[in-house]
Design a binder for this molecule. Structure first.
Ligand code: SF4
Length: 168
């Protein structure tokens, strides 16, 4: 469904607005890296724009801090529909090393509906490009969603006991 929407709505290009909502700048540097002539994202029609009103895609880096959450929501509302949201990096994906801290709400999906997650701390430029290429329908997904049940986790723990439990 999402793939069909992308193919119809964004046949040739994705115009991207990049937002930092609490990142350490590591992910932002990799996003900028993707746009440099070395990785040359413009060959896929990916272009950075200066206003959310011109964008098809929000690329969000960093954990969502309490202070920035209302502004991030306003930013999302300013992007015309149809729109996509990419969470770039482990912090944006689930809070990363700031998970459950007093000033952080968590990943971007605590505030906005996220369409694509690109984990990594920071993700490599190739991973960011791959995520965008999946959204454009240029390459297939390599992995699907998986639900981990408590029993599965216990089976995994039994199959691979940690070293301290296994002894020398
Ligand atoms: S994922 Fe890593 S590099 Fe990216 S904002 Fe978080 S700490 Fe920084």
């Amino acid at each position: 469904m999402l793939r069909r929407l992308c193919e119809k709505a964004f046949p040739k290009a994705l115009w991207v607005y990049h937002a930092n909502c609490g990142a350490c700048n590591g992910c932002d540097i990799e996003v900028i890296n993707v746009l440099t002539p070395y990785y040359d994202a413009e060959r896929f029609g990916i272009k950075l724009v200066g206003s959310p009103r011109h964008a098809d895609v929000l690329l969000v880096c960093g954990p969502v801090t309490r202070q920035v959450a209302p502004a991030l929501r306003r930013l999302y509302d300013a992007v015309p529909a149809p729109k996509l949201v990419f969470a770039i990096g482990s912090c944006a994906t689930g809070g990363g090393c700031w998970f459950d801290t007093y000033n952080v709400l968590g990943g971007v999906d605590k505030v906005l509906p996220v369409d694509y997650y690109v984990p990594g701390c920071p993700p490599r430029p190739e991973a960011i490009l791959y995520g965008v290429a999946v959204a454009l329908g240029l390459v297939p997904k390599k992995v699907g969603a998986e639900v981990m049940r408590q029993e599965t986790l216990e089976e995994l723990a039994q199959a691979r006991p940690c070293q301290s439990e296994a002894g020398p």
